[in-house]
Design a binder for this molecule. Sequence first.
Ligand code: NDP
Length: 330
Amino acid sequence: NKQVLLANRPHGWVQESDFSIVETDVPALKDGEVLVKNLYLSLDPYMRGRMNEGKSYAASTNLNEVMVGGTVGVVVESKNPDFQVDDMVLGYFGWQTYGISDSKGLGKINVTEQIPASAYLGVLGMPGLTAWVGLISIGQPKAGETVVVSAASGAVGSVVGQLAKAHGCYVVGIAGGKTKCDYVVNELGFDACVDYKAGHLVEDLTAATPNGIDVYFENVGGEILEAVLDRLNAHARIPLCGLVSQYNETNPHPVRNFGAFLINRVKLQGFIVGEHADLFPQAFQELGQLVASGKLKYRETVAEGLDNAPKAFIGMLKGENLGKQLVKLA
Ligand code: NDP
């Protein structure tokens, strides 16, 4: 069993040397346990937070512990009557090629021609559910409103924008670079996309949101948040999902125009998707129908092999991914 461990707590940007790669034996199964061969590992921005010590909504990963993460895989041995060899499963085995579970937190997945196993880590997995919970339950978009989403081409943002379009909204993405913006508009069907790396964020966002902004799905923070705050309409809603531009910063960016929340009577709610499990059945059903019918599009960036996970993780935090970042393990 190959594993990636947390070797150092990074200060600022993560380095490949913050990880170590080891080989261990797979222990024999006890009664009730299942051995899973992991096929795909999900790489997600929240993992950067787990590398830190200190207060957060979840415990830190300890030094020399396996990095946490969602996985899909296949059962290769079972001493649990609920799981058979060859069952496809979604688990939380982390950055390793095999995992043993007592079946808690392990779920069977239905892989079909329209829905490949990897989709359960992206559009139909935690990121897709995050998009649904944040937009629908907190953002509450109404037809005709303007919805803006940052990290728009990514795993969460790409679903947010397409769901908002399905609700009849005018949808503007914010993403880094022309390739991502072209993808968001031409392939995902957003009305517009602002390339924040082009050098005129404020002017371009103003031009792209002639009627102001009613819902801002926040994924990044920093200067993008400030630019959005200046465009908010009265009674705007902000589902605060993530602040990825700040995760590797040693000096977080202060918000210049905090008064915009008061002036516009804004509702802002930070949320962690795992605390909204009551909404998952409805969200999963809606997302599944949209994916199976081809109405909800997605892309994946797939790194090959566990050895490349650290590099791919750092690349994702720098925006090198288009769509969901995965590692193919087998
Ligand atoms: P993505 O697939 O969107 O990948 C991360 C993206 O962040 C990069 O591709 C990059 O896109 C963007 N980014 C990185 N640095 C910056 C920067 N300085 N300024 C602006 N954009 C930047 O990841 P996810 O879709 O998985 O996650 C998106 C957000 O959602 C993250 O903040 C994550 O923490 C959050 N999240 C929160 C959850 C919750 O429960 N609250 C659950 C899941 C995700 P670009 O090239 O466009 O800059």
